[in-house]
Design a binder for this molecule. Structure first.
Ligand code: LFR
Length: 484
């Protein structure tokens, strides 16, 4: 069969992009047609996403993608956040950002009231204060929630604006906490218990299913008349894991961007008490797979430090070169300490963490960066080793995909810390996963294994061998109280 083009809309917490991809039996070639910044916007009622501004950029990007004559369009984004529609289908205010403080305290008390073990038995999710179920508990009694007739996760909201079709794609729905991970259906009783009318939860759809053609006005404005939107694995992490260029079954992955999502792909959820205690998540992937992983705070720590220093991403390579020369293991932090979650002065919080744990705070930008990258590498080590232990599986290689794959120092430190080879790339794994699921819906590519083989055959991957300094990394992990 001949190759065809597809358009991927991929929204990350710090940037969005529209990518045109040409896919054939031996071809997978990406062209980024539009990129735009994203980030939280503080309003008097909290931290929000400018989804209307994003939608405008998406339309602009789709118009550029039209030159590539895509056969379909797919949309993915970060998870958990949602917009509410009233009975007329109008958006009830801008969606809250998952880093908004309104879940502070509410998340823990809700988990306690509902029973953390009961929640885990249903949804298999790690406790994160921003899981949709806790956001809804925090929104209980608000005018918007009372008026809401439909809840749409961000990619589903964009899909609705593009096509008028209402639904909830299942990989992203699995991050809400309201989906029963075993039956892949909504737990409506749970929704009611946190004060949300279960009727606002839309019908579920699987990756690969069509949403329908663009609305006439959108088709006209973008020049994409007759081009359908197709549901992809709309949780960006689910798409990223599709885009992992694995060639062996015993791989671990780290989807490394704003977050580091580190873990394994399983055939079924693992909801043991040990998995819950280790705060591992079971998010749904394509083809019945499960992402058994943990969120690690990721490059947020780096990006928020740069922002505090008034530096931009193009100054990072120079800073990384200096960080590589800094002494090893001078100061270490637990990247997942809740104090690092909200926006704000990151270096000050790192210093505060160090003082509170009897360490000398890192002095200077390069030392802070060194501290962050070693700490992330240690968290990667801990998560991947714990995942292997909990599942009883061997891991022979770690794939790092996403923007973090560009960060050679982080990839090398991760290889050293985990004690396994790291294969870094592709950077655009999420867009690739988005495009591949569309290509499959069009009958072009086969199962996951074949999709990954195609990615491995066509995309650049850089190999990092571990240094073999296990004793030093074990000692560093022990300083954080980690024994894995
Ligand atoms: C990554 C990601 C993570 C999710 C976090 C918040 O972009 O989707 O998987 O936990 O963002 O939605």
């Amino acid at each position: 069969t001949a190759s065809r083009s597809f358009a991927a809309v991929d929204l990350g917490a710090s940037s969005g992009r529209v990518v045109a991809g040409r896919i054939g039996a031996r071809e997978l070639a990406l062209t980024e047609v539009h990129r735009f910044p994203n980030g939280g916007v503080p309003l008097p009622d909290g931290l929000h996403w400018d989804v209307v501004g994003l939608y405008r950029e998406i339309r602009h990007g789709l118009r550029r993608a039209a030159e590539h004559a895509p056969a379909s369009i797919g949309v993915d984004s970060w998870a958990v956040d949602y917009g509410l529609l009233d009975g007329d289908g109008a958006l009830l205010g801008l969606p809250h950002h998952y880093r908004d403080a309104r879940t502070d305290g509410v998340a823990a008390s809700t988990a306690e009231r509902l029973g953390a073990d009961r929640l885990y038995a249903v949804n298999g999710l790690q406790f994160l204060p921003f899981n949709t179920v806790f956001q809804l508990a925090a929104a209980r009694g608000t005018a918007a929630l009372a008026a809401a007739r439909t809840l749409l996760l961000v990619p589903d909201l964009i899909g609705y604006w593009l096509t008028g079709s209402i639904g909830a794609e299942v990989t992203n729905a699995s991050t809400t906490g309201l989906l029963d991970v075993a039956t892949r259906s909504w737990d409506t009783a749970l929704a009611a218990e946190v004060g949300a009318d279960p009727a606002i939860l839309p019908p579920l759809r699987e990756p690969g299913s069509p949403l329908g053609p663009l609305l006439p006005e959108v088709a006209e404005a973008t020049g994409l008349d007759g081009v359908p939107v197709v549901a992809v694995a709309s949780h960006d992490t689910a798409s990223a894991v599709v885009g992992v260029p694995a060639t062996v079954p015993d791989f671990a992955y780290i989807s490394c961007g704003t977050w580091s999502l580190a873990g394994l792909e399983l055939d079924a959820p693992l909801r043991t008490e040990a998995a819950r205690a280790a705060n591992f998540t079971n998010e749904l992937g394509v083809d019945g797979t499960v992402r058994f992983l943990r969120n690690v705070m990721g490059l947020w720590l780096v990006n928020e430090s740069l922002r505090t220093w008034g530096m931009t991403a193009d100054q990072l390579p120079d800073l990384l070169a200096r960080a590589a020369e800094e002494p090893a293991f001078a100061a270490l932090v637990d990247p997942d300490d809740p104090r690092f979650l909200p926006p704000g002065d990151m270096p000050a919080r790192i210093a505060e963490y160090c003082r509170a744990t009897g360490q000398r705070p890192p002095q200077g930008h390069a030392a802070v960066l060194r501290c962050v990258l070693e700490s992330l590498a240690l968290a990667h080590r801990r998560v991947i080793r714990t995942a292997a232990r909990l599942t009883g599986r061997d891991v022979s290689v770690v794939h790092v995909v996403g923007g973090g794959a560009r960060n050679e120092l982080l990839c090398q430190l991760t290889a050293d810390a985990v004690g396994l080879p790291v294969l870094a790339g592709p950077v655009e794994a999420t867009a690739i996963g988005n495009l591949l699921v569309q290509a499959r819906a069009a009958g072009l590519v086969g199962d996951l294994e074949r999709m990954r083989a195609l990615t491995a055959a066509t995309q650049q991957v850089r190999r990092h061998e571990p240094s073999g300094d296990e004793a030093a990394w074990a000692a560093a992990a022990a300083r954080l109280g980690w024994r894995d």
